[in-house]
Design a binder for this molecule. Structure first.
Ligand SMILES: [Zn+2]
Length: 291
């Protein structure tokens, strides 16, 4: 088959799969905190209980066609459902375009990771909790993924992949525990939940220890800017509770699309400057070439 045509078909497939996954995530976000099965019963209207026929349940397309209202009883359907479907479709497409050709296995693993991540972040937005099955479960999934596919950690053997994944999780958990401990000292109240600590550990297990030096500063920066904007907007409602999970999730996704390259370039620069400062005489640029 023509390689360009194949690439177009693959991209369309990634987009459609992403939209369907997004639709399923909406169900998970609604049902998992209520401890309901995510498989049965089939989709039904949350207002009147009427079953939703498949043609009113098509990802991305149905919401605008129904003008954001349930066909059965006219209850408003939150725009967020549509945003999650569309967002996941574009994310899956972007993942495939960036990783599909170089490392298709990594693309699939990252797609699964982002699905769990997004579900956890939306549950955190709604209920201020990140269920253990996403944070601790995510850690285990990361260990397994890196053992099966060590190149996620830039390693070659399963044992190396697993070890580096474990180290990444530890790096995330310990750093956040340290910050939480400092926060408790300074603010004299619990500044961060254990849910966030476990969540960052899961990110470290998939993305490696270096990713923590990107995820934490970026999420803290975006979180405080948005937090201040919210306080300003709601006229001084200090203590308004903002879940931290979604900011961590956003930073983790951005790691896959540029954050990795920026962070590694940064640390290489730091290492280079450190070498220059500590041993100027052994730096090859400083020694004139022998004649
Ligand atoms: Zn209804």
């Amino acid at each position: 088959m023509d390689p360009i045509l194949l690439r177009v078909l693959e991209s369309i497939a990634a987009f459609v799969v992403g939209a369907c996954v997004g639709s399923f995530l909406n169900v998970c976000v609604y049902r998992i905190p209520l401890n309901r099965s995510i498989v049965t019963p089939r989709s039904h209207c949350s207002a009147c209980g009427a079953p939703i026929p498949w043609y009113h349940n098509i990802p991305i397309v149905s919401w605008p066609l129904l003008r954001g209202k349930a066909a059965c009883c006219g209850t408003r359907i939150d725009l967020r459902y549509w945003l999650v479907e569309t967002g996941m479709a574009f994310l899956f497409l972007a993942l495939w375009l960036k990783y599909g050709e170089v490392d298709p296995v990594a693309a699939v693993i990252y797609a699964i990771m982002i699905s769990g991540l997004t579900t956890a972040c939306l549950i955190d937005l709604d209920h201020y909790i990140i269920p253990d099955r996403f944070s601790l479960g995510g850690c285990v999934a990361g260990f397994v993924a890196c053992a099966i596919h060590p190149s996620l950690m830039d390693r070659t053997t399963p044992l190396q992949g697993f070890s580096w994944s474990l180290a990444g999780a530890m790096a995330g958990a310990l750093t956040l525990l340290g910050i939480a401990w400092l926060g408790t000292l300074v603010f004299r109240k619990e500044a961060m939940g254990m849910g966030d600590v476990k969540f960052v550990a899961a990110m470290g297990s998939f993305l490696g220890g270096t990713s923590i030096t990107w995820i934490l500063p970026l999420s803290a920066m975006v979180g405080s800017v948005l937090g201040l904007a919210l306080i300003f907007w709601q006229r001084g409602a200090w203590g308004t509770r903002i879940p931290y999970g979604p900011f961590l999730g956003l930073a983790a996704v951005l790691w896959l699309f540029g954050g990795h390259d920026i962070t590694f370039a940064y640390w290489q620069n730091v290492a280079h400057m450190w070498n220059m400062a500590t041993s100027p005489m052994t730096d090859p640029h400083m020694i004139p070439p022998p004649r």
